[in-house]
Design a protein around this ligand. Structure first.
Ligand code: F6R
Length: 258
């Protein structure tokens, strides 16, 4: 995984957004994978700015989100569909019918998950997947112990994730305890992954993901198997990386190359 350490959250968001923008300019019919949560909000803000101020055109793009809470319909303010509409889709010119978020309200969730994967295949696969990392090292809702070959399915959230996400709900008991989530195996099929990580509470998870052993206990560590993953982090999230100097040195070399 390439590690790009940025001075602050705004810078990492801008740099990660630039990777998305470059792809959309080069491939107007790109298939983008999106994440929710607080980590990518700055990146989405920058994509909106690039659209409104610089005319970045999303009209040909198709999108797939990683996950959705079970039991929340798309118009629920805490649903991930609602989050995406509010934080990105309503502010750019992507056709809403080409934005996909798993449904958390289908009774036959198995069929629904299989169909979601099928739609990704029919769209030509995900060109670029945006990811955040949970404080327990998860990607999407692939909690510790998830198979590294897992596909889109129903998952039960850990107490830690429920507690982390309770900040978005009025009461902790309102946080759904399960979700529909793309699997680690599904995510690894994206051609490029862009991971955004900020804040001191992610420092241990980031170090484990990048420098620890590949293990289902830290599902983000599976990205070490991925051929093109770029991790953008701020100083606080980078605090526990032991190879810090080397990452900075690589970044300096790359700047010299350009
Ligand atoms: C959400 C998702 C999750 C989050 C992770 C970090 O779609 O995929 O894996 O990326 O829980 O959440 P934040 O960014 O809120 O710390």
């Amino acid at each position: 995984m390439e590690v790009i350490i940025c001075p602050d959250y705004d810078t990492l968001s801008r740099k990660a957004a630039a990777v998305v923008a470059d792809l959309v300019r080069e491939k107007p019919r790109a298939v983008l994978g999106f994440a929710t949560g607080s980590s990518p909000v700055g990146l989405y803000r920058e994509l909106i700015r690039l659209h409104t101020e610089e005319g970045l055109d999303f009209s040909g793009v198709t999108t797939f989100n990683l996950d959705e809470y079970c039991g929340l319909p798309g118009d629920h303010p805490q649903s991930y569909r609602y989050f995406m509409n509010e934080n990105l889709f309503n502010h750019i010119n992507v056709p809403m019918e080409r934005t996909h978020v798993p449904s958390g309200t289908e009774e036959d969730w198995r069929a629904c998950c299989a169909e979601y994967e099928q739609r990704i295949v029919e769209a030509g696969g995900i060109d670029l997947q945006i990811l955040g990392i949970g404080s327990d090292g998860h990607i999407a809702f692939n909690e510790p112990g998830s198979s590294l070959g897992s596909r889109t399915r129903r998952v039960y959230l850990t107490k830690q994730t429920i507690e982390d996400n309770s900040r978005f709900f009025d009461r902790a008991e309102d946080v759904p305890t399960s979700a529909i989530s793309m699997g680690v195996g599904s995510i690894l099929e994206a051609r490029t992954c862009v991971v955004v990580v900020n804040g001191a509470n992610k420092a241990e998870a980031l170090a484990a993901a990048v420098e620890g052993p590949v293990t289902s206990m830290i599902t983000s560590s599976a990205l070490q198997w991925h051929p093109d993953t770029r991790g953008f982090c701020d100083e606080e999230a980078a605090a526990k990386l032991t190879m810090r100097e080397y990452y900075d040195w690589i970044a300096a070399q790359r700047e010299g190359d350009n």
